[in-house]
Design a protein around this ligand. Structure first.
Ligand code: F6P
Length: 513
């Protein structure tokens, strides 16, 4: 049982603790860098290596705060919640489900892992058959899905195919037909497959886009358009009913949440683009972080430490947002991916016991790519009135093959920003002064390869889960997205009463006479 009284008492204590500046924290602890940073690494044999240095020393966390958060983790029954996650416990109580995305990478109950491996083996056979030409010449894949059925694949493909792309993949999510038209323009219908990715197989955007994609194939003399379709879903019956041949359905378990589904058959386009070996490396990198998260306790547990920082800034320091800047073009889509992961998971206002949450929950996640963002939004980070904790992500190995000056400059800029945010600068002219004392954390990865990428994503999944446990909320449901969908259907059907503003807008938009 979580001890809410104790949790409340710890929050009260945290709120009363003095706010030390970053320079005071460094001055008072000669071992601060060693204490608040760690290297996580593993040799995954043929699948590669993972190495990343995580540095939380430029945040305001100190020993007293960390002790308090560790007490909070104990009072929140963090260890048993974590064990429940990996052992098939009902960690999604509002939907009465476990969350078995970990099993897709080998972390779960024997039965869940066995099922996951069988499903992935099936996916692997299809991927290899396509690569070997069993479905004829395939040059392009249009992957249609939205939210968790699109963001993970889009990110992974963008991150991992800069050197070599086995198949040209276009991820289309928006119901705005322009998105699909753009994909059509880039593909030859005679050599294009369509993947329909939808956990529920009911999502309006995806089904509408899939219908138009089949029409496009038919309109372009493809003789058997539905023979070019592969469904990735937890609702195989729905896919069959829609017209997908059973042999081309790659199912995944209902207990794998949409925004946690990259590791399942939703990752099919990734496997097709990078090959099964790299897909397996991605899973292995993620499993390595699962092992760390499962086995290490207290502040040495890196995702838990990150969650301590997140909660400290959002609840104790009142930060409403958290920014993520990838100093790596390959990770340009990471902020978008993390937005869904963190905001859909932890943007809640009731606890699992049904009581209102006291204090804020997920911060608004936003970000961009460095160095571009330096010339656009960093002004506010350095001199604005908001306190915004920043995560920087950079790779020691370059992704490009140009003059090493490019990568050297990229890394120098990344490190300079963290140093500048922290140190600030005094000046006689107030407009030219930098207050400093602004926090940042650093992920310095050895390379942006498949295994390290998997580790990075799994890290953020566990960071999100750890934050949810500490806040007492369920990260695995998303009822907040339903009301808008229902009202859109009411507008479509012409039923339902609307407010005066919406009525007027419907008329102006031509949706109502
Ligand atoms: O509406 C939100 C949501 O349900 C997300 O959680 C999910 O990732 C997305 O829509 C797509 O859902 P599906 O995979 O079922 O089409």
């Amino acid at each position: 049982m979580t001890d809410q009284t104790k949790i409340n008492a710890v929050w009260k204590r945290l709120a009363e603790m003095p706010h030390r500046t970053l320079s005071e924290l460094f001055a008072n602890d000669a071992d601060r860098v060693a204490n608040l940073s760690q290297r996580i690494e593993a040799d995954l044999g043929e699948l590669g290596q993972v190495g990343m240095l995580l540095d939380w020393s430029k945040t305001h966390l100190d020993d007293a705060l960390l002790h308090a958060f560790e007490e909070m983790a104990d009072a929140s029954e963090f260890a048993s919640a974590r064990e429940a996650l990996f052992s098939g416990g009902i960690v999604n109580p509002t939907e009465g489900r476990p969350a078995t995305h970990g099993a897709m990478r080998g972390s779960g109950t024997d039965a869940d892992v066995e099922e996951a491996q069988a499903l992935l083996a099936r996916m692997g056979m299809l991927v290899e058959a396509i690569h070997e030409g069993a479905l004829g010449e395939v040059k392009h894949l249009i992957h249609i899905g939205i939210g968790g059925s699109a963001l993970g694949p889009a990110l992974a493909i963008d991150a991992l195919t800069r050197d070599l792309k086995l198949i040209d993949v276009h991820v289309v999510s928006n119901i705005d037909g322009l998105a699909l038209e753009q994909a059509f323009a880039a593909c030859d219908p005679a050599t294009t497959l369509i993947a329909i990715a939808s956990k529920t197989f009911t999502t309006t955007e995806t089904i509408t886009n899939a219908t138009s994609a089949l029409n496009w194939l038919a309109d372009n003399q493809v003789t058997d358009p539905s023979g070019r379709v592969i469904a990735l879903t937890a609702n195989p019956e729905g896919a069959v009913e829609w017209g997908v041949d059973e042999t081309r359905i790659l199912p995944f378990p209902e207990s794998v949440g949409g925004r946690y589904s990259l590791w399942s058959s939703i990752g099919f386009p990734v496997a097709l683009a990078v090959g099964m070996e790299d897909f397996q490396a991605m899973l292995a990198g993620a499993q390595m972080i699962d092992n760390h998260f499962r086995e290490v306790n207290g502040r040495a547990n890196a995702p838990l430490l990150a969650a301590f920082g997140d909660l400290y800034y959002s609840r104790v320091r009142g930060c409403q947002t958290r920014a993520v800047f990838a100093y790596d073009e390959r990770l340009a889509l990471l902020p978008d991916y993390l937005q869904q992961l963190e905001m859909e998971s932890n943007g809640k206002s009731v606890r699992t016991d049904g009581q209102p949450v006291e204090g804020t929950t997920a911060a608004v996640t936003w970000g961009g790519v460095g160095t571009d963002a330096q010339h656009a939004v960093f002004q506010l980070l350095h001199q604005g009135t908001h306190l915004i904790p920043v995560d920087f992500i950079a790779s020691i190995a370059p992704g490009d093959e140009l003059d090493p000056a490019h990568h050297r400059n990229l890394l120098m800029n990344c490190l300079a920003q963290g140093a500048a945010l922290m140190a600030g600068k005094q000046a006689d002219d107030p407009a030219r002064a930098y207050p400093g004392n602004r926090p940042s954390a650093m992920f310095l990865i050895d390379d942006c390869d498949a295994a390290t990428f998997g580790a990075l994503i799994a890290f953020h999944e566990h960071r999100t889960f750890a934050g949810a446990v500490l806040m007492g909320i369920n990260p695995f449901d998303q009822f907040g997205v339903e009301l808008g969908k229902t009202i859109a259907k009411q507008i479509d059907s012409g039923e339902g009463e609307f407010d005066a503003s919406t009525n007027a807008l419907m008329q102006a938009a031509g949706l109502r006479a």
